[in-house]
Design a protein around this ligand. Structure first.
Ligand SMILES: CC(C)(COP(=O)(O)OP(=O)(O)OC[C@H]1O[C@@H](n2cnc3c(N)ncnc32)[C@H](O)[C@@H]1OP(=O)(O)O)[C@@H](O)C(=O)NCCC(=O)NCCS
Length: 199
């Protein structure tokens, strides 16, 4: 199953015509400032990123990138990645919304739906990280039910600046499991165990 529908949102596979919207919000400095993606990007670069997303499957280990749209007004408003470990017991998530739709509860709605789905499918621990300066992201994770379980000092390097990174987890048993260390630097985005995604 690829699609997830909530009361106001549809989370679906990316489509080629999402490229202009993806390029626009990934190139917004206020959206990108705490993210490791390449920015700014143009439509052709966004189209190439989307072509990669379209090869991914949500029910297999590895990355899957959901496109997020409003039920009432279709069109890309953001994205949410899931990175599931090879044995299917752990996953990491991260979400971005275009600035025009912030502060309406959409990120809370999307992330709740995805974490519920992951935990129902046998994932035992969902992890997320954020730059310690990213207060909106930390509030979002707490609101959804993640618990902060650590802080890595100066762990993240974003565009030449080192920042602390906050570690969050939610477990199937308690929806707030104990913390485990990150396996690799946040700059290494290529594996399926990373808690960031750079593209
Ligand atoms: C992280 C991000 C998705 C959070 O977005 P957000 O708009 O703060 O989160 P939500 O959509 O859940 O909105 C919640 C806010 O809207 C408010 N709100 C307004 N109407 C609401 C409604 N109907 N339902 C729920 N909340 C509502 C909430 O009170 C909350 O405000 P608060 O954070 O001041 O307490 C957004 O900041 C973003 O895209 N940032 C750039 C990318 C990024 O850094 N991602 C983090 C990855 S680690």
């Amino acid at each position: 199953m690829t699609e997830l529908v909530t009361s106001r949102l549809r989370l679906r596979r990316f489509a080629p015509d999402d490229a202009p919207a993806l390029a626009r919000y990934r190139s917004d400095p206020r959206v990108a400032r705490h993210q490791a993606w390449r920015t700014p990007i143009d439509r052709a670069q966004a189209a190439a990123v989307i072509a990669g997303y379209r090869t991914e499957e949500p029910d297999r280990p590895g990355f899957f990138q959901y496109a997020i749209e409003l039920l009432r007004h279709p069109g890309l408003i953001g994205d949410l990645f899931v990175a599931t470990e090879a044995d299917g017991t752990q996953a990491a998530v991260g979400i971005t919304l275009t600035r025009e739709v912030h502060h309406r509860g959409y990120a809370t709605e999307a992330l709740t739906a995805v974490t519920d789905r992951l935990l129902a499918s046998g994932v035992r621990r969902v992890r997320a990280t954020c730059d310690a300066r990213n207060t909106a992201s930390a509030r979002l994770l707490r609101r959804v039910g993640f618990e902060q379980c650590g802080r890595e000092s100066q762990y993240l390097e974003l565009r030449g600046v080192h920042a602390d990174v906050l570690l969050f987890e939610m477990s199937a048993r308690s929806r707030a499991g104990s913390c485990t260390a990150l396996e690799e630097p946040a700059g290494d985005q290529t594996g399926t165990t990373g808690t960031h995604r750079a593209h």
